[in-house]
Each structure stands twice: as structure tokens, then as C-alpha cells.
Design a protein around this ligand. Sequence first.
Ligand code: G3D
Ligand code: MG
Length: 213
Amino acid sequence: MYDDAYPTEIREYLYKILVIGDVGTGKTSIIKRYVHNIFSMNYKSTIGVDFALKVIQWSPDTVVRLQLWDIAGQERASMARVYYKEAVAALVVYDVTRPKTFEAVKRWKADLDSKVTLPGTDEPIHTILLANKTDLQENALDAEELDEFCEEHGFLKWFGTSAKDNKNIEDATQFLLEKILASEEERAQRQVDESAMLDRVHLSQSKAKEGCC
Ligand code: G3D
Ligand code: MG
């Protein structure tokens, strides 16, 4: 029997999310903390990255698969464009106990912006800043300074996190996912609007033809 409570069509999305930042800032720990279960170890030797998959039942009719890309030991080199390809979002991580890793954040963001945009647009991908290891230095964050930094360098927001204490990692990724899905909806709406406009243009053209002669 058909039951209204169960949607007949499940929407599935797959998103690639980059996790970048200097070596030792906690990228792998953050991914492991977030994903808990699957952590692929097989890709490192072939393409120089690991990735992990997190599956989220976002709503009764929407499933989201997040593919988190970890640069696994290649932090010193500038990343190859192919690594960034088709990513829709990024987490840039620094270590609050090592100011040099915060300095490097600008370089990571610039590298990102020069090599990838949201698919089919020239807009930057959704990016947030993670100030990690806050368990080691609780007063290390100057909220006002970080707000300004984010504004200036095109980060949507910053979060103080601790992979060790599992602090704020879920919130940060939730925020990012909301942004991704909102922009997906906007894009879908734009397509609907554009095709409705085209229909109207075609209609008025054919009416004009009918009216003439
Ligand atoms: P990376 O992938 O960015 O290179 P890792 O960083 O995830 O390998 O973490 C580097 C080191 O920092 C690890 O310690 C890890 O346990 C530690 N670390 C990661 N996140 C946190 C955190 O939030 N708090 C604290 N206190 N430590 C953290 P080891 O000793 O294994 O090198
Ligand atoms: Mg790592």
C-alpha cells in the first residue's frame, strides 16, 4: 500500500570537500573524528591523497555523501590542480599553538582560489577556517581579528576546534553543508527561472509570428 509518509524519490548528492593546511595542524585527526568509520588507506601511493566518505541522511528524501580529501603528507608542495578539481568546499586548518601555520592560511586560500571555482561558475568554493587544537590554548583566539581575517580573505566563517576533544567539528561541517545545499538550491532555482524565461520568450515570439501578416 502506498504510504504518503515515505517519499517515493530520494535525492542523492555527492560533494567533494578539501581539507588543507600545514602539516601537523590536525587535518587527518579532524577527518577521522568526523567520519568515525571508513578511512581509505589505499589511494595514498597512487594519487597522493586519502579520502574518507561520510553519508548523511539530511532529510527524509535527501541523502548527502561527503567525500573528504586529505592531502596526506604533501603539504609542502603546491597542490596539483587535479587535486582540487570539482571540489565544492574546503576546510583550511591551522594550529592555534603555531602562529606560522596561521600565516600559511593565506597561501592555502590563494592556492585554492587560483585553482578551483564552483562547478560551472567563476565563484570561489565555500571555504571555512578551522583554528584547531583549542584544547591546548584556550585563549588563543581573538574573535574580532578572526572575523576581519575571514572577511578579508573570503572565508565564510571560522570555528575554534579540537579534534582531541571533539569540539566544534560537527558544527563546522554542518554549517558548511548548509551553505553547499543552499547554493545548490539557488542554482536549481536559477535554472528553473531561466527555462521559464526562455519559454516565455518562445511563446511571445510565436504569438508575434501569428499576429503578423
Ligand atoms: P595533519 O594531518 O594536519 O598533518 P594530524 O595532522 O591529524 O596528523 O595531527 C598532528 C598531531 O596533532 C597529532 O599528534 C595529533 O594527535 C595532534 N592533534 C590533532 N588535532 C589535535 C587537537 O585538536 N588537539 C591536540 N591536543 N592535538 C591534536 P601526534 O603526536 O600523533 O603527532
Ligand atoms: Mg595528515
